[in-house]
Design a protein around this ligand. Structure first.
Ligand SMILES: [Zn+2]
Length: 354
């Protein structure tokens, strides 16, 4: 299968070239950051929600990040993600539509045949105004509609706990993940801004319960320089995958441990550049080359596909190749790793889609 770059993106690259990355797997994207600013604008006007900007283009510039317009992750959470993206993508109608559009759009425009989409039910429930079962079912309905419309597609949902929530709230989320496992929830995660009150060791029993119920476990860890808790995550959460995990490139013993445990990192390069988790392209290149040299398994993902410009999976692969971060062959290998590490029930890995 050959993909041609969209014209507006092609002009930014060294050459207009066709790439063949084959059918793709996307394991790490968040619902709240998977909705295009144009759709967010329409939702706000439908619901009568006041936005910080009166002009659409100013609004789009305000919410969008890029390799030029960067913002520290915690600042973005505080100023944009939680006050704007979460409320606009809250409620059963918005959640169902956003889920359907994200999964079906990824298939149509990027050849993503296997997608895991994650969210935090409570953050998409308008605080606790919406019933969590309704929000969970809305997400499942959106996914089911996409699976029905696009028969070559496989998908699953991951429910995220939040570092800033207390254990009682997070327990509700794990309970819902277990309850809807047979309907299409395939895993749990921990995400959100750094919080000194959060400790993986307090959650061991929840991770164990989720695993015993058949759910996969992934956790955000080792992303920002000041949130280096990968060792703790490994010991107490025992995840089979880690979201980001890029800080391990500076800890040889940790990389060895990841290889020993066969843990797969869900690396999101453009997200890390745009949210200042790394200094820039050169540090990202150093990290990816170090992971490859040390045989740490990883796949490439978007994280926030509609909120970071040029972040769609195909575009991101081209970015990595054309900036000499990875070769086409290495990217194809990472894509294969993504298929093998998916929590979605196996259909035979990448080979099933070729
Ligand atoms: Zn993430």
């Amino acid at each position: 299968m050959l993909y041609t770059l969209p014209m507006e993106k092609a002009s930014k690259t060294k050459s207009v070239k066709q790439y063949d990355f084959g059918p793709l797997a996307e394991l790490h994207s968040h619902l709240g950051a998977s909705v295009n600013p144009r759709v967010l604008w329409e939702i706000a006007h439908d619901k009568g929600i006041k936005l910080p900007k009166r002009d659409y283009h100013e609004f789009a510039d305000f919410v969008l990040l890029s390799t030029e317009r960067k913002m520290h992750l915690n600042d973005y959470f505080k100023e944009v993600y939680h006050p704007i993206l979460d409320p606009l993508t809250s409620g059963t109608h918005a959640v169902e539509q956003a889920t359907y559009q994200t999964i079906s759009g990824g298939y149509r425009t990027n050849g993503i045949v296997l997608m895991e989409l994650r969210n935090n039910l409570i953050k998409h429930a308008g605080g606790i105004n919406y019933d969590l079962d309704h929000v969970a079912m809305a997400m499942l309905r959106g996914m089911e509609r996409a699976l029905l419309a696009y028969q070559g597609l496989s998908a699953g949902l991951i429910f995220c706990m939040a570092r800033e929530f207390d254990i009682e709230l997070n327990t509700h989320i794990v309970n819902k993940a277990i309850k809807y496992h047979k309907r299409g929830v395939v895993g749990i995660d921990v995400a959100g801004p750094g919080n000194s009150e959060f400790h993986f060791k307090d959650y061991t029993h929840l991770f164990d319960r989720a695993r015993a119920a058949g759910l996969g476990v992934t956790v955000h860890a080792g992303e920002q320089k000041d949130a280096d808790d990968m060792w703790e995550a490994l010991e107490f959460a025992q995840p089979s995958r880690i979201g980001h995990g890029i800080r391990c490139a500076y800890d040889v013993a940790l990389m060895k441990e990841l290889v020993k445990r066969d843990v797969v990192l869900e690396v999101c390069p453009l997200s890390n550049i745009a949210t200042k988790a790394v200094e820039g392209i050169d540090e990202m290149r150093h990290i990816l080359r170090t992971l490859i040299e040390n045989k740490v398994k990883f796949c490439i993902n978007t994280d926030w596909p509609e909120i970071i410009e040029g972040c769609h999976l195909q575009q991101q692969f081209v970015f990595l190749v054309e900036n000499d971060l990875m070769s086409e062959e290495e990217i194809r290998h990472c894509n294969k790793v993504g298929f093998e590490a998916s929590f979605v029930p196996r259909r035979g890995g990448l080979e099933a889609y070729l």
